[in-house]
Design a protein around this ligand. Structure first.
Ligand SMILES: Cc1cc2nc3c(=O)[nH]c(=O)nc-3n(C[C@H](O)[C@H](O)[C@H](O)COP(=O)(O)OP(=O)(O)OC[C@H]3O[C@@H](n4cnc5c(N)ncnc54)[C@H](O)[C@@H]3O)c2cc1C
Length: 492
């Protein structure tokens, strides 16, 4: 045990030796803050455990991780960080693909909201107030236990509501009810100067816009209030498997699935969703429809699905909690939601009006077939507006998941929230996207507006990560000269 602990304390980058005087002063100031929540500083043994990211490929080393118990303590921490110009990122479920809740690069203060995880449903308005650190599992159960309510959200129970509801939040109910962030009616937020304020569509409406899609750049949402819905009385799951031999056959099945999910009968039924999982030899197509089994089996969609793939389809009817559990199993199978593993990820959203052409799909699978590194694990997230998915390459396997989206998500205008991927194309993950491109890809035409709101609420850029609002404008100055053929050349 002693050896294990001493190994942990020697982990690379976990020492205090390289700190600047300002960073050391900041850490001293944290110690004198007298908050009741835990403070774990760089160099301590517990710190090394607290900074293990979900994606082991992105391992920034923050200066400290703090665990405030309430908004007041969050505010105290933010004020100290702002005073010493230390970047701050909140952490909710810690499932950021690029470890932005650890700051995304060394030297941040991480404010972990795990202790602020209550779920309270108002029994008159059926609105739910949820702490910024609640995990989706706590959200599902809390809403169900207090009146059989729900909101649309993703299927991984360990994901946090903080990242989910400020970034997007897509799940099996999204075609019916929209994104998680579309359910937000009010937020309590701690700003860069430590102010604790409320925001909704009338109060600080610019902040309300910005936090729904670009939250990590503007403040720490300590609680969300959501509009909720009654849970569906029954949900029917369906699934079937296909096998394929070559990547060309695989491409053809994917094209068939894309044709099916983009057909008008699917587009017109928002209670239906579909997921395609592709491994190196098997394709599993599955999903659910809100409502009883007999309704699904009698539907035009079902007949058309059977005809398109020429298969028998297994169905089973579940109550709400059974359905959530079933989706969770799908998530765990697809992505190992609770595991920390090194991943490379890439995402692609394509408009329904501009689907991938057969040629593109074939070229994509050809590329995957010939270029997948044999010794690495890598992930591509692919989404076709109506679909959302992951491709995972492991030493023995390749994995892709496509998920039918659209529906209610696409009803909201692109400028109704900062989130702009309701009907657009995007790629994510630093540092592979040129600095000029990612702001547009994340936020589209909303970006100039977000830059203005940033100036107003966080002029000193306290809330930042490598892809936060304004980060593209803060490039290190270009050196005046470079060396070419051993001679200095002017950089123009
Ligand atoms: C295994 C897995 C499964 C997933 N499944 C789905 C899915 O089904 N549907 C879907 O839409 N997405 C899914 N995602 C993506 C997920 O929704 C996002 O990665 C989300 O941002 C994670 O939220 P988090 O709180 O767990 O992450 P964190 O790492 O804690 O936070 C992510 C970002 O949000 C910021 N943030 C966190 N809390 C707050 C807050 N309270 N106020 C302001 N900013 C905050 C952080 O600083 C960070 O920049 C999945 C991700 C993983 C890893």
């Amino acid at each position: 045990m002693g050896t294990f602990l001493s190994c942990l304390s020697k982990l690379e980058g976990s020492s205090t030796e390289d700190l600047s005087p300002q960073q050391s002063q900041f850490l001293n100031a944290l110690s004198t803050s007298h908050i009741r929540g835990k403070i774990r500083k760089i160099g301590s043994i517990d710190y090394n455990i607290d900074i293990i990211p979900w994606n082991l490929r992105c391992t920034p080393k923050p200066l400290a991780v703090v665990y405030p118990l309430n908004a007041q303590e969050v505010s105290t921490m933010v004020k100290i960080a702002t005073k010493y110009s230390i970047p701050v990122q909140p952490r909710s479920g810690g499932h950021s693909f690029a470890s932005y809740s650890l700051g995304g690069k060394d030297g941040a203060l991480v404010i972990d909201l795990g202790k602020m995880n209550t779920v309270v449903v108002n029994q008159t308005t059926w609105r739910a107030t949820i702490g910024g650190g609640a995990r989706l599992e706590e959200v599902t159960n809390g809403l169900y236990d207090q009146g059989k309510r729900t909101i649309a959200h993703g299927i991984c129970p360990q994901v946090g509501i903080g990242g989910h509801a400020t970034v997007g939040g897509q799940g099996p109910l999204s075609r019916m009810y929209g994104l998680t962030l579309d359910h937000v009616v009010e937020m309590e937020v701690v700003l860069a100067d430590g102010t604790i304020t409320k925001t909704d569509k009338e109060t600080n409406s610019d902040l309300f816009f910005a936090l729904r899609g670009a939250g990590a750049s503007f403040g720490i949402v300590t609680s969300f209030t959501f509009e909720t819905h009654p849970v569906p009385e029954a949900v029917t799951h369906y699934s079937f498997q296909l096998t394929y031999g070559t990547h060309t056959e695989l491409a053809d099945i994917f094209i068939k699935w894309q044709d099916f999910v983009s057909s008008p009968i699917v587009a017109n039924d928002r209670s239906f969703n579909s997921l395609i999982n592709i491994t190196s030899s098997i394709i599993l197509i599955q999903g659910s429809r809100l409502g009883p089994k007999k309704e699904l089996e009698a539907s035009e969609i079902f007949v058309s699905l059977k005809k398109a793939f020429n298969v028998d389809i297994k169905t089973h009817e579940l109550d709400w909690l059974g359905a959530v559990l079933n989706w969770t199993v799908v998530a765990v199978e697809s992505l190992a939601g609770s595991l920390t593993i090194p991943l490379y990820m890439k995402s692609l959203c394509v408009r329904q009006s501009k689907l991938l052409t057969p040629g593109t799909v074939r070229a994509w699978f050809e590329y995957m077939h010939t270029n997948s590194p044999k010794d690495a694990l890598w992930v591509i997230i692919g989404a076709i507006n109506i679909k959302f998915g992951f491709v995972k390459k492991v030493p023995y396997d390749r994995y892709l998941t496509g998920d039918l989206q659209g529906g209610r998500i696409s009803d909201f205008p692109l400028d109704s929230t900062a989130y702009s991927l309701r009907d657009s194309m995007t790629e994510t993950l630093v540092p592979l996207i040129p600095n000029t491109l990612w702001p547009k890809q994340y936020w589209g035409d909303n970006y100039p507006r977000l830059l203005d709101i940033k100036k107003k609420y966080d002029p000193t850029n306290t809330f930042s990560n490598p892809q936060s609002v304004g980060a593209n404008l803060r490039l290190p100055p270009k050196p005046a000269f470079r060396v070419k053929d051993s001679k200095p050349v002017l950089n123009l």
